[in-house]
Write a protein that binds this ligand. Sequence first.
Ligand SMILES: NC(=O)c1ccc[n+]([C@@H]2O[C@H](COP(=O)([O-])OP(=O)(O)OC[C@H]3O[C@@H](n4cnc5c(N)ncnc54)[C@H](O)[C@@H]3O)[C@@H](O)[C@H]2O)c1
Length: 316
Amino acid sequence: MRIVVTGGAGFIGSNLVDALLEAGHEVNVVDNLSTGKFDNLFRVKDAAKENRFNFFHMDIRDDSLAAAFRGKDIDAVIHLAAQIDVRYSVKHPVVDADVNVLGTLNVLEMAAQSGVTRFVNTSSGGCVYGEPDSLPVAETAGRFPDSPYGVSKNVAEEYIRYYERSRGISSCTLALSNVYGPRQNASGEAGVVAIFIGKMLAGEDCAIFGSGEQTRDFVFVEDVVRAYVAALEKGEGKFINIGTSLQTSINELYKRIAELLDVEPDPQYLPAREGELDHIALNADKANRILSWKPELSLDQGLARTVEWYRQNLRR
Ligand SMILES: NC(=O)c1ccc[n+]([C@@H]2O[C@H](COP(=O)([O-])OP(=O)(O)OC[C@H]3O[C@@H](n4cnc5c(N)ncnc54)[C@H](O)[C@@H]3O)[C@@H](O)[C@H]2O)c1
C-alpha cells in the first residue's frame, strides 16, 4: 500500500513507519518536527533508496500538505500528528483545537481530494472519556473529557465520521491508553515512563504529582504498532480502545523502574495537576474481536526492553 503517515517522526509514528516499511509498504511521512525528530527515522535509509520513503517537513494545517498526496495514488492515511500535551491544552485551548481539529480537517480534506479511501485516526482513551464510572472502560461509555485535548480529539473524530458518510473515506479510530517504549521523549512533558527512566539515568530526582496512587493503563509501543497495521484492513467505521485493561499506580511504576535501574531514593511528591484523571484502564475486548488484537508484552517485559533502549541511546 501507499500510506501517508502524519506525525511519523514522533514516538509512535516512527516505530510504526519502521514496521510499515519492513512489511513492504510505501510511506510518505508528514511532520513539522515540533516534538518529533528526524533522527527517529534513521532506519528508513534503504527504503528511501528504493523510493519507498519520502519525508515532508510541513505542518498538517498548511495548504502545502497537498504535496504529500501528489504523484502516485495514496491508499491510506494514518493520522498521528497532534498537539499531545494535556496541560498545554488547558492553558492554550485555541492552539490545541487549531492543531487537533483544524489540522485533522485539513488532512481529511487533502485525503478526500486525492481519492484516499482509508483513514486510520488516533484518539486518546486516557482523555476522551473523562473519569469513567467503571473500569476498564469500554467504548460504549459516555465521553466527558476533563481537558481541551480530550474535547479536540472527540471533535476531530466527528469530522472523520462526516467524511466517512459524505466523501467515501472509510475510517477506524484507535483510542490509545498510555503508550511507552523506545523513542518516547524523555525530557519535557511526555510519558511518565520515559521521564522516570531519563531522570534516573541522569541521576536526578523524579517528581510524582499527587499521591502517586492514581492509576494508568500502560501499553508497549510495539503492541500499539500492530494495532495500526491491523486497522489498515479491519475495523471500518469503528472507534476501538487499545490498552491492556490493567491499572498500574504511578507509585508501582516508579518502584518497578527504580528496581530495574537499581535506584534507591524515593520520589519527590508535588501537588496534583489540573486536567489529570485519578484512574483509567481501557477494556480491549473490542480490539480483540474486531482487529484480532491483544497486547503481547507484560509491563515487566516492556519496561525491561524500554530501559535497555534508553541505557544504550540516552548516553550517546
Ligand atoms: N503516547 C501516548 O501515550 C498517547 C496516548 C494517547 C494518544 N496518543 C496520540 O498518539 C499520537 C502520537 O503521539 P506520540 O506519543 O507519538 O507523540 P509525539 O509528540 O512523539 O508525536 C507527534 C508527532 O506529530 C508531529 N506534529 C505535531 N504537531 C504537528 C503539526 N501541526 N503538523 C505536523 N506534525 C505535527 C510532532 O512533531 C511529532 O512527530 C498523537 O495523536 C497523540 O495524541 C498518544
